[in-house]
Design a protein. Structure first.
Length: 108
């Protein structure tokens, strides 16, 4: 059964830190502690951000600071409750928030 939800997608660099810890580890732990349903971290193969510098796994242009995307999908209320804290934590990156329709499946 479809229900309304919200997606928060966070674009950061692999080197991004929150409280002296990699943001790609800190943020999922933060979301878990706040009771959100799930979070997935993706490491990009290539990309660039506002600094217009290509980062890639290509051997000829190898970068140790690859793009990272963190997806969190839950109810609108839960996402909006943590959004101000996330905005304060992510000093260098992009946070997208959009309404979604979701069909949550859990084991019986």
């Amino acid at each position: 059964m479809l229900q309304n939800g919200m997606l928060m997608r966070i674009y950061i660099a692999e080197s991004t830190k929150v409280n002296d810890k990699p943001a790609s580890r800190y943020l999922p732990e933060f979301f878990l502690s706040r009771g959100l349903t799930g979070c997935t971290v993706y490491r990009g193969m290539s990309g660039f951000g506002h600094e217009n510098r290509m980062r890639t796994v290509d051997v000829l242009q190898f970068s140790l600071d690859l793009p990272v995307i963190i997806d969190v999908i839950d109810t609108k209320e839960k996402i909006e409750a943590v959004l101000p804290e996330v905005e304060a934590m992510v000093a260098d990156g992009l946070i997208l928030v959009q309404d979604v329709r979701m069909c949550r499946k859990v084991p019986e």
